[in-house]
Write a protein that binds this ligand. Structure first.
Ligand code: FAD
Ligand code: EPU
Length: 336
């Protein structure tokens, strides 16, 4: 077994933070993972996917195990659905393209989200009106200290907005090995969110298809979000906060332009990007840590920012939004 000690993590996180792990290994089967877990039993363990939703604020004094379990398999089908199992180490967008090529519908709105399949349930990834929960069927995960494989169904995962049981009660307890999706044979199109319809019109699409929606989403995302390869980042740094209607009404009186979306459950979701922009942070840069000039919700590393500098900037933003709007933002990115 190769032991990688004092391992540089810069290529393994899309924020491009130059941190180190005490130990680092990659596994491609659950048996291999179990071997590493036994070997490194006395150290803290962190399971890594594509590194697109983490911020290293210091070196990791433990073992990072990168999940590289591959394979996409049609498990079974019925008259309406196909059930597709994907290894946790599969790249998410490649998985989406695989489904689109097979005419399996449901994932198209989630095109171009960075990262791997195994991380998708962790924060119940979402974009353009669809969340992972809408297509999720089950997952298999190895309990890191008990070393037993468990199956989780939708209810077990306690999915919420950018949330699941794996960010709460079971934080860092499980390594997800595979995820099974329930995908539709006959597509139901979701085009009402944001500028999807507008983009489809711009593209001259006459007949709607999952491929066309995927292209529209790719176009929108590419125009707004910085590509981590050019400007390292981890997507939205904060969640969009949900507030009671009364709080929203009070804000609306004081800030008539507030950007918000009423939710079915009677609360209102506020656009965090708008509040951050109103506080003057959009395009701000301090050293190499910055707030993106096109999307205020995205914090960026212009080159050699330390994780702690990005974190400190996030803290300043959080405090100023709270002072101006009385709303405490919550970080979406996992801080290490
Ligand atoms: P990592 O960053 O490697 O890990 C994230 C967390 O998941 C960590 O806590 C890690 O321990 C855990 N984890 C990862 N794999 C496993 C596993 N197999 N078992 C157990 N735990 C695991 N997210 C959205 O929801 N919607 C978006 O639209 C979106 N857009 C983005 C755009 C950009 C440009 C970027 C950089 C990020 C964006 N994200 C978005 C965030 C990110 O892509 C997702 O959170 C993604 O699911 C993270 O996957 P990952 O494999 O990179 O996870
Ligand atoms: N806005 C501003 N200033 C900005 C950017 C946006 O005022 O700099 C306002 C605009 O009015 C815009 C609104 O905020 O209409 C919402 O912006 P956008 O559509 O870009 O979406 P978002 O709320 O910033 C969320 C997700 C994204 C996801 C998109 C599309 C969260 C935390 N973020 O962003 O997810 O891709 O919607 O569904 O929910 C991620 O989680 O990493 C992520 C990128």
């Amino acid at each position: 077994m190769q032991i990688n000690e004092n391992f540089p993590l810069k290529p393994y996180n899309t924020f491009g933070i130059d941190a180190k792990a005490r130990f680092f290994n990659t596994f491609s089967t659950s048996d291999e993972l179990e071997e590493y877990l036994m070997f490194y039993a006395e150290y803290p363990i962190f399971i890594l996917g594509g590194g697109s939703n983490i911020l290293f604020t210091e070196d990791f004094d433990g073992t990072i195990l990168k999940n590289d379990i591959r394979g996409i398999e049609l498990q079974h089908e019925d008259s309406d659905y196909v059930y597709v199992k994907a290894g946790a180490g599969e790249n998410w967008h490649q998985f989406v393209l695989h489904c689109i090529n097979h005419n399996w519908a449901g994932v198209e709105n989630l095109s171009l989200i960075p990262g791997n399949v195994g991380a998708a349930p962790i924060q119940n990834i979402g974009a353009y009106g669809v969340e992972l929960v809408d297509i999720f069927w089950s997952l298999e995960a190895l309990h890191i200290s008990e070393r037993r494989i468990h199956t989780f169904t939708t209810v077990d995962c306690e999915f919420g907005y950018r949330d699941s049981i794996f960010k709460n009660r079971y934080k860092n307890d499980f390594a997800i090995l595979s995820v099974t999706f329930q995908l539709k044979k006959r597509p139901v199109f979701h085009t009402s969110y944001g500028t999807v319809t507008e983009e489809l019109e711009k593209m001259g699409v006459k007949e709607l298809s999952i491929k066309a929606i995927s292209h529209a989403v790719i176009n929108i995302r590419s125009s707004k979000l910085p590509d981590p390869k050019t400007i390292p980042n981890a997507g939205s740094f904060f969640k969009n906060p949900e507030v009671p209607t009364e709080k929203y009404n009070a804000l609306k009186l004081k800030f008539p332009d507030v950007v918000a979306y009423p939710l079915a459950k009677g609360t209102v979701k506020l656009a965090a990007a708008w509040m951050i922009e109103q506080c003057g942070w959009k395009g701000y840069r301090k050293g190499d840590a910055g707030c993106h000039e096109k999307q205020a919700l995205v914090l960026v590393n212009y080159g050699n920012a330390k994780g702690s500098e990005i974190y400190d900037l996030s803290e300043e933003i959080l405090q100023s939004v709270n002072e101006k709007f009385g709303v405490m933002l919550e970080r979406e990115v996992n801080i290490l």
